[in-house]
Ligand binder design. Structure first.
Ligand code: ITT
Length: 202
């Protein structure tokens, strides 16, 4: 059994693969990197759900495989919820984690620690080719705080700046497994795994 994870983000792929493996799900996960000349969907929506559906539908049409897509982002309270759905292209059009993190720190310059609250959000959509009216949609969130200096080497994206008070460390200081236990994506995948068997059986 194969399923496509419609992503070009290797960090997301690593987390989802590890969560599926830990749950003992017997399915092989492919990503865009395993496809020949996959399309690059334009994420023109204004919500995580719309953008996740754009990715899931375009790649399901292309691959003819059951397809998962993840659209996620960081919402910072002191920035009125920015960068939100624009998290990947916050500092420009390219996916550049270093530039995005630098911009986030610059925008938050002078904001005191207790006002740097933020949350990550993920919406995951699973689509069956030709049956987009039956999409499975789940979401997950995780609350934390944006540090003034990066901490940790693991993870991806905004992880070195995202501090989780309950754990006393950033996402980038956690193993993939530890991050999955509390992260927006880990929580969404947990719901996904609860709902997937019934969805596949319908
Ligand atoms: P795909 O669309 O190919 O899946 P992407 O990186 O473009 O990959 P998004 O459009 O969902 O993904 O953009 C999400 C942005 O938020 C991107 O800059 C990520 O680095 C960041 N992000 C998402 N989840 C994250 C996480 O768990 N930790 C840190 N940063 C994260």
């Amino acid at each position: 059994k194969e399923i496509l994870f419609a992503t070009s983000n290797q960090g997301k792929a690593r987390e989802l693969k590890e969560a599926f493996k830990k749950a003992g799900v017997d399915v092989e996960i492919k990503t865009n990197a395993d496809l020949d000349n996959p399309p690059h969907p334009i994420e023109s929506g204004h919500t995580f759900e719309t953008n996740a559906k754009i990715k899931a539908h375009e790649l399901a049409d292309f691959s003819k495989m059951p397809t998962i897509a993840d659209d996620s982002g960081l919402m910072v309270d002191a920035l009125n919820g920015e960068p939100g759905v624009r998290s990947a292209r916050y500092a420009g059009e390219a996916h550049n984690d270093a530039k995005n993190n630098a911009k986030l720190l610059a925008e938050l310059g002078g904001v005191p620690e207790d006002k740097r609250t933020a949350k990550f959000w993920t919406t995951i959509v699973v689509s069956m080719p030709g049956k987009f009216d039956k999409d499975l949609v789940v979401s997950g969130t995780c609350s934390g705080r944006i540090l003034a200096l990066p901490q940790g080497e693991d993870g991806f994206g905004y992880d070195p700046l995202f501090y989780v008070p309950e754990k006393g460390k950033t996402f980038a200081q956690m193993t993939t497994d530890e991050k999955n236990e509390i992260s927006h994506r880990g929580r969404a995948v947990e719901k996904l795994l609860q709902e997937l068997p019934a969805w596949l059986a319908q």
